[in-house]
Design a protein. Sequence first.
Length: 333
Amino acid sequence: MKAVYAAGTDYADPLSKLRVGELEEPQNKPFWSNIRVASASVNHHDIWSLQGVGLSADQTPMILGTDAAGVLEEDIPVRKGLKAGSEVVLYTFVGTDGAGVMPGERRTILSEKYAGTMAEITQVPSANVFAKPANLSLDEAATLGTSWLTAYSLLFTSANVKPGDTMLIQGAGGGVSTAAVQLAHAAGLEVFVTSRSERKRALATSIGADAAFETGARLPRKVDAVIESVGAATWSHSVKSVRPGGTIAICGATTGDQPRAELTRIFFQDIRVQGNTMGSREDFARLLRFVEHADLHPVIDSAYALADAPTAFRRVAEGDVFGKVVLHIEPSK
């Protein structure tokens, strides 16, 4: 089958290890389901894997991809309505609760221990298969498993915001930040965003941000919570922008993870700092219902054929995107 995979790892030049080619189809496993993939989105996790972060060279070749949408290959008897031919989306954390694996197995994301989603066929534990929201295309649904789930969990679990609260979302344009803007707006929050790009600031307001500011700019008032995925470049601004007793929820550090800690301000103002990696299966189920009920549509920056995966990966690595980059997986003739 056709697949996008890491042929090795190289921290300095990760894209040099990216390959598109033929690999063996996965073997059937008890309590796992096969999905014929239609669309998969590219995430920073895929770049990190090629760098060797969370993936060692001796684990390669490893199919990349941490989320997808496609068609279920066989019925799941205990999941009402999920029949062969159903359009589905995938929760791709494995080992969180023993579903499909031995109890106590360490939590991993597809493409770390088990093959990822950028292939004609992928597998997940059957408990991780969900019906695609009816309002979404397969491309749109393919963005939900990583960026949108992370944004949902950051907002409603880690930051624990409520309608009427004010949010700051650092770094408008990325998959998590655009999802967070749309989700927060739909939930009745006031949304501030930052970006160095005037174009991205304008686009952020077009999808629901109430105001957009230059990176590091003084805000009109303190916010109840900050969504932080940028890291060193925005950390000080995040700490200064949140109200006493507020929360900074972190899901990444694309500009580096070694900023000045500013511990005095954090402890003196009772600021809570909460890390977040994706979210629970229950969060994913609630996210799918929210997206369908509110008729939310993820922003697609661009879409590429599987053969053009190097171009798609380069676009994500360079960072000049607004929304998600998607790969189309066409079946072999």
